[in-house]
Design a protein around this ligand. Structure first.
Ligand code: GLU
Length: 303
């Protein structure tokens, strides 16, 4: 397949959607971003990467980091995590508190904020430095040593992080955090602040398309664990719009409020699309439209 031609056709098809939606206003450092950006990259399982638009422009990965955190914990700790976090769609917003109380401090899934805080807590216990472990992993898998934290975004989130702090304290009260709340929050904000381009993210997520094999050919995860991460991405990866995303796109995907979405075509490729205008549920308007157009053009959904 001529990937470049397909991506150009996708970009043309979604051009009217670029600039629609709103930036993530609750994180002031993200609110200022220009809504006119759009980029898309495709990383083939053979390691080659193709892109259109702003595909080499770094943006804030935000919740896309949650997919990598989950992978790193499952790689080091197997299935133990699932006693502390579920794997069902939440049907509530990503930062909701109510469900946690009904369910005794056990988050519904690892991709809502509460679940990601538990994953970060576990990665911190396993490694002693959760956010640097993730950064090192992303640099290695993307082949880009320039991938970095964005301290301005991390401190902006921390300054406006009352909701995440509430989630963390609440779970601590149920005994579902092993590390101090502030330590977990600091590592969580730092991992969310990592700046990467569509190119970097498509390459870094390739192990999900390669059934658990890392870029250097070593095994990061057993194939069954890569399958499970993809399954949780499909059912829970796009906030409380995961059903609509599956309906329109038909691929495992993880979105972030920086406007990026990482999607996986198992056995073939990973895709990353970025455009900062978000819909009401927090997913990139042009990003979802682009993935919808991609699977319509190629017939490469998992269904
Ligand atoms: N750092 C963001 C938060 O905790 C991540 C949200 C997201 O991308 O879904 O609110």
């Amino acid at each position: 397949m001529d990937y470049q031609a397909v991506l150009e056709e996708v970009a043309d098809a979604v051009a009217p959607q670029i600039g629609r939606g709103q930036a993530a206003g609750y994180i002031p450092a993200l609110a200022a971003v220009d809504l006119g950006g759009f980029g898309m990259a495709l990383a083939d399982v053979d390691g080659s990467v193709t892109g259109v638009g702003d595909w080499q422009v770094p943006f804030s990965v935000q919740s896309i980091s949650k997919a990598f955190g989950l992978a790193l914990v499952l790689a080091q700790d197997g299935e133990n995590l699932w006693g502390r976090v579920g794997r069902e769609p939440s049907g509530t917003p990503f930062n909701s508190l109510v469900q946690l109380e009904y369910e005794n401090g056990i988050p519904r899934n690892p991709f809502i904020n509460a679940g990601a805080l538990v994953v970060t807590d576990r990665l911190q216990s396993l490694t002693g430095d959760a956010s640097t472990t993730m950064l090192d992993f992303l640099r290695a898998e993307s082949g880009n040593p320039q991938v970095s934290f964005d301290p301005a975004v991390a401190s902006s989130e921390s300054d406006h992080g009352d909701r995440n702090a509430a989630l963390a304290h609440f779970m601590a009260s149920y005994g579902n955090l092993d590390n101090p709340v502030q330590t977990v929050l600091d590592h969580y904000f730092r991992q969310c602040s990592i700046a990467m381009s569509c190119r970097d993210l498509a390459l870094a997520g390739s192990f999900l398309a390669r059934h658990g094999l890392a870029t250097d050919g070593s095994r990061l995860l057993p194939a069954r664990e890569a399958k499970r991460i993809n399954a949780v991405m499909l059912t829970c990866g796009t906030y409380d719009a995961a059903g609509d995303f599956a309906y329109r796109v038909g691929l495992p995907g993880k979105s972030g409020v920086g406007g990026g979405i990482l999607a996986v075509v198992p056995g073939r490729c990973t895709l990353c699309v970025w455009s900062p205008g978000l819909d009401m549920r927090g997913n990139s308007v042009a990003g979802v439209a682009a993935l919808d157009a991609f699977t319509s053009l190629t017939d490469w959904s998992v269904f």
